[in-house]
Unconditional design. Structure first.
Length: 178
């Protein structure tokens, strides 16, 4: 893209997260309104995952602990196991993780809703796979969303150095948006 003087310039277009309506761990309908004027970290997981999910959430909890007193930062975990991970299962999972509060929401929706959100909006691959031991394949991205519902970064939740970068980027967003 060229500016009025004919010089090349880069124009950033951010992926924007659409409105959604999903059931949370308390069986309450959760919409994008819960994240109004908040920065949040989103991910896709399932409670019976025996591979990357425990690592992702252990790492995400370190970020949660770092920002738990900041009301401008929240977390949103979408289950991809629409068959088993009903709200009551998500509630128990949140309690075991030690994050059973309004700051970290765990949501359930039908397969089409969740998978479309993952792939079309958060740009995360998720799918059922009967050949996989756990029955699902997904990427372990932690996705950083700003207060305008724009994707600002994606970090491999299994790599501590990338999770550390996520934490730094949250601080940058908090500084730039105040």
């Amino acid at each position: 893209m060229k500016d009025k003087d004919g010089k090349e310039k880069i124009d950033t277009v951010y992926q924007t997260i659409p409105n959604f309506s999903l059931l949370n761990q308390d069986s309450v309908l959760l919409t994008q309104d819960a994240f109004k004027n908040k920065i949040y970290v989103a991910d896709f997981f399932f409670t019976s995952c025996s591979t990357i999910c425990p690592i992702m959430h252990r790492n995400m909890k370190t970020v949660y602990d770092q920002y738990k007193d900041n009301n401008e930062v929240m977390y949103l975990s979408h289950t991809i196991d629409f068959k088993y991970d009903k709200p009551s299962v998500l509630k128990k999972y949140a309690q075991q993780l030690g994050v059973d509060d309004k700051k970290w929401q765990f949501v359930w929706g039908n397969k089409e809703e969740i998978y479309q959100l993952a792939e079309k909006n958060y740009l995360v691959v998720v799918e059922e796979d009967n050949t996989n031991r756990d029955g699902y394949i997904h990427q372990g991205w932690l996705v950083l969303i700003d207060k305008q519902k724009r994707m600002r970064g994606a970090y491999d939740g299994t790599k501590t150095e990338q999770v550390a970068q996520l934490s730094k980027d949250i601080a940058i967003l908090l500084a730039e948006e105040n």
